[in-house]
Design a protein around this ligand. Structure first.
Ligand SMILES: Cc1cc2nc3c(=O)[nH]c(=O)nc-3n(C[C@H](O)[C@H](O)[C@H](O)COP(=O)(O)O)c2cc1C
Length: 145
């Protein structure tokens, strides 16, 4: 059984809802998922002991939230090279945060990512619940090789 850490940054809770649903998908696939608010990650050792990582932030003013930016610098020190990963976030119309996080995970952290980010306006709209759970399943599949 693999262990996945999901870290989210949110202002009004939507991105946290998506994080919880991704975790469900991972658990449905028989693996362990832990969900953490970026505010509760204090140092790089908090990232120890996981096989996969999924990071997400809402987009505000064309950017990820500051907490996620700071967290990605911390993650740089955690040696996540080659680990399975993905990125997600709630957005209103442009959703830049997802792509910025995904690109950082690929180019700086050198992780082994699933095909794309999960872009959802809300987990409760347009099949969002299913899509978020399916993203968790896709992460699980990546871990199974
Ligand atoms: C002041 C403000 C600025 C925003 N800027 C953007 C933006 O640049 N691009 C975008 O796609 N959504 C933008 N949004 C929409 C949020 O990303 C959206 O409400 C999202 O669901 C919030 O997620 P959260 O509940 O995880 O914080 C903005 C919302 C507010 C209130």
């Amino acid at each position: 059984m693999a262990r996945v850490l999901i870290v989210f940054a949110t202002r009004t809770g939507e991105t946290q809802n998506i994080a919880d649903l991704i975790a469900e998908g991972i658990r449905f696939a028989g693996h362990e998922a832990q969900v953490a608010n970026v505010k509760d990650i204090k140092n790089e050792s908090d990232l120890d002991g996981f096989d996969g990582y999924v990071f997400g932030s809402a987009t505000y003013h064309g950017e990820m939230l500051q907490g996620m930016k700071t967290f990605l610098f911390l993650a740089e020190k955690a040696n996540l090279e080659g680990k399975a990963g993905g990125a997600f976030g709630s957005f209103g119309w442009s959703g830049e945060a997802n792509d910025r996080i995904f690109d950082t995970m690929r180019h700086i952290l050198k992780m082994d990512l699933v095909g794309d980010t999960l872009r959802l306006k809300s987990s409760s709209l347009q099949g969002g619940l299913q899509m978020a759970q399916d993203y968790g399943r896709a992460i699980a599949k990546k871990l199974e090789g």
